[in-house]
Design a protein around this ligand. Structure first.
Ligand SMILES: [Zn+2]
Length: 294
């Protein structure tokens, strides 16, 4: 019996109970208390997820991606545990899990997958504790400079994480973002590496409204530092890019968005490789195709 682990869970649960009793908000404190008592509490919980853990990180789109993924997995009949958008630090994720486990540290009901949105900087510690099956990197923008410094600092942390992960973790990268794409060079076993993005043949009618050229976070090649050239820009530094100086370029895609349409009403569904989402108050229909690796 792991007394330290059980004490951590008990203390975290008591903290949550008293916070609820005194109507105190906040999602982090129970997790913080549990982690203070047993710093490996997250690591010890991770084997109880029956099929595995999926982490989603990046500056934008974490919640939308988690929603889409959760819908796909629920349609398959699998049970999920998710964190809310405001609890994407390590202690917030521990707090989320505490609600679903008993005092022995086991889930009260079977949980197939954990889907956790992770803050860009907090990802490293979370991933090294949870040993996820999959990490998805959405994009990297300059909107949280006050907390993290340059985007390049975050990218270097992500590289460091990928180099220190278990080799069977699948890494899914947004190929349209050069900074995110560059992480693929550090994935040791390339069969665990997947790129998604927009097909070059995509209908761009609904991308034009969003196209901005004002701030670009990766104008320069992450490999050699020379300026990147764009055949197409979808949004800010996201697009179809290449470096004139070295071989760095948008890679071939494993999952490719082929069409984006606006539709007259909103229903979320996924049927035959098509789903609909609400984005920036526009109703958008997206179809995609898979290119399976041999
Ligand atoms: Zn280059």
């Amino acid at each position: 019996m792991d007394i330290q682990y059980i004490m951590a869970i008990l203390s975290g649960k008591l903290t949550a109970f008293f916070m609820k009793a005194f109507r105190r908000g906040g999602t982090a404190l129970p997790g913080l208390v549990a982690e203070t008592i047993d710093k490996n509490v997250l690591k010890k919980i991770s084997p109880h997820f029956k099929r595995g853990i999926i982490l989603i990180t990046g500056t934008n789109g974490k919640t939308t991606t988690a929603n889409i993924l959760a819908n796909i997995l629920r349609q398959k009949g699998w049970s999920l545990l998710r964190n809310s958008a405001g609890s994407n630090l390590k202690r917030g994720i521990i707090s989320t899990i505490l609600k679903s486990i008993n005092l022995k540290g086991e889930f009260k009901n079977k949980i197939d997958f954990g889907i956790f949105e992770c803050d860009e900087a907090a990802l490293i510690e979370i991933a090294l504790s949870l040993n996820p099956q999959i990490i998805l990197f959405n994009n990297l923008f300059r909107d949280q400079l006050d907390r993290y410094g340059e985007v390049e600092t975050v990218r270097k942390k992500w590289i460091n994480l990928i180099q220190n992960l278990k080799t069977d973790t699948k890494i899914i990268l947004n190929a349209d973002d050069p900074g995110v794409k560059s992480l693929g060079d550090y994935v040791q076993d390339k069969k665990n590496l997947f790129y998604f993005g927009l097909c070059s043949s995509i209908n761009q009618e609904h991308l034009k409204d969003n196209t901005t050229y004002c701030i670009t976070d990766f104008e320069r090649c992450p490999i050699c530092g020379k300026e990147l050239v764009y055949d197409e820009r979808y949004f800010s530094h996201l697009g179809n890019y290449f470096c004139k100086n070295c071989s760095f370029k948008k890679p071939s895609l494993d999952v490719c968005v082929k069409n984006i349409y606006c539709i007259p009403f909103f229903i979320f569904y996924i049927v035959r490789n098509t789903f609909k989402i609400l984005a920036k108050n526009k109703l958008i229909k997206i179809s995609y195709s898979f290119v399976f690796k041999p």
